[in-house]
Each structure stands twice: as C-alpha cells, then as structure tokens.
Design a protein around this ligand. Structure first.
Ligand SMILES: O=P(O)(O)O[C@H]1O[C@H](CO)[C@@H](O)[C@H]1O
Ligand SMILES: O=c1cc[nH]c(=O)[nH]1
Length: 237
C-alpha cells in the first residue's frame, strides 16, 4: 500500500496507461482489457489491472495537473515498480494545422510548472519522452493510417491562463496544451523508467471548436489502441 493507492504488491503491472480522468481509466479497463481487477478506489482515482492480447497491463487515473500526476507516478514507480508509463490524455490545439480529434504524440514538454523550476533552478531542463515508446507508438499509428502529429507540447500549470502567449509557443513549434506531461517525463527519468504521452485534441484554442465531456471520457479509441499496442513489446522489460 502507498499513501494514495491501496493496492498490494504485485497488483499493478509493470506497464501502465495514465489518463487524467479516472472514468476514462474505467472505460479503458472495461472496453479494452480482459480479466480486469480494480486495485484502487482511494479518492475515486480508479486503477485497474487486466490483460491485453494476453499480457498484463494496468490503467490508472492521475487527476489533473502536475501536482496530482506527480503523486501517482512517484508511488507507481517507487512502491510498485512500474517501468513503462504512457499518458493517454486530452489537449487543446495551439496550431492551426492540428485539428480537433487529431492524435498528438508528445516528444517533449515545455512547461511553466514551478515544480521543474524548483528542481533545476536557472537551468531550463527539457522534459523528453522515451524514444523507444515514441517510435513504437508512431509505428502503431502509421499501421492504422492515422495522421499523427509528433512534437513539443505545453504543460500548463493553469487551465484558465490569461498570461501565457500561446501564439508565441505555437510559432516556436508547440503543438498543443495539456497539464501533466512535463512532470511525467521528468519524474520517469528519476526512476529510470520509460514514459510517453499520447494526446487527443479535445478543443482548439484558435477556432474555439470543442468536444463533449462524454466524448472525452468514453471515446478517443485511436489513442488508446495505439497506446496499448505500443506498450505491449515493453511489458516485462
Ligand atoms: O484529459 P486529461 O488526461 O485529464 O488531460 C487534460 O484535461 C485536463 C483539463 O481539462 C488536464 O488534466 C489536461 O491535461
Ligand atoms: O489542459 C488542457 C486540455 C485540453 N484543452 C486545453 O485547453 N487545456
């Protein structure tokens, strides 16, 4: 047991999908996994372990923002030995050519998070996803004919942010905004684990187009299938 996860040793697989929304974790477990067991209900931050194509895999809600995901991934890696972590999240598009419902694979994450500023001081650390997982997910996306975008995303500390110049970020190649990936990539390095974020565009900051809460909770299956198939070769490694 850890402070925020009441699973026993061995309940959680070494490879895990991480949606922000715990109800998306439930949806993924019920829709894509077999022989599912719910190992965590603390704070309703649901976690499940099951099998996918015969291999053991888990899915855990992380909540929203850097502080929340940081708690869960610390405990997953430190207390349960999780080695491969793939965030499956939603994001807002910052560039015109990134469309609503597109899948974005985060290669790196620019951030205004104070957590990394505190850790690195004056050094502007570049949180970067694991190349093997990135390549695996890109290949899975290509197999499905998906026009995925791969690049830098912005991990924001504030959802309702009126200060950040998101046009400048877009001009410098940042594809989309979300709230967790920089912490995931940074803390995974601390534990020598592999981490990646695959994001579906749920809304567009330029056009104003949005998806519904239900769609964010229970669809976006392309992203989930890509994440699961990308993860399979790393299970047990
Ligand atoms: O859909 P999830 O995975 O929660 O991701 C995005 O949605 C939340 C904001 O609505 C933030 O957590 C952001 O990163
Ligand atoms: O963090 C997020 C997620 C989706 N859309 C946004 O604008 N921000």
């Amino acid at each position: 047991m850890s402070i925020h996860i009441n699973a026993k040793q061995g309940d959680i697989a070494d490879t895990i999908l991480l949606p922000g929304d715990p109800l998306r974790a439930k949806y993924i477990a019920e829709t894509f996994l077999e022989d599912v067991v719910c190992y965590n209900e603390v704070r309703n931050m649901f976690g499940y372990t099951g099998t996918y194509k015969g291999k053991r895999i888990s899915v855990q809600g992380t909540g929203m923002g850097v502080p929340s995901i940081s708690i869960y991934i610390h405990e997953l890696m430190r207390d349960y030995g999780v080695k491969n972590l793939i965030r499956v999240g939603t994001a807002g598009a910052l560039k015109e050519e990134v469309k609503v419902r597109d899948v974005v694979i985060a290669q790196s994450a620019t951030t205004d998070s104070y957590q990394n500023a505190k850790l690195f001081g004056n050094v502007s650390y570049a949180p970067t996803s694991n190349f093997e997982l990135l390549l695996s997910s890109y290949n899975e996306a290509q197999k499905r004919g998906l026009d995925v975008k791969v690049g830098n995303v912005y991990t924001a500390d504030s959802f309702y942010d009126t200060k950040t110049d998101t046009k400048q970020l877009a001009d410098y190649g940042v594809l989309a905004v979300e709230m967790e990936s920089s912490a995931l990539f940074t803390i995974a390095e601390e534990y020598n684990a592999r981490a990646l974020a695959i994001l579906t565009i749920s809304d567009h900051l330029i056009t104003g187009e949005v998806t519904t809460a239900e769609e964010r909770q229970t669809t976006f299956n392309d992203m989930i299938e890509v994440a699961l198939d990308a993860a399979v070769p790393f299970i047990g490694k």
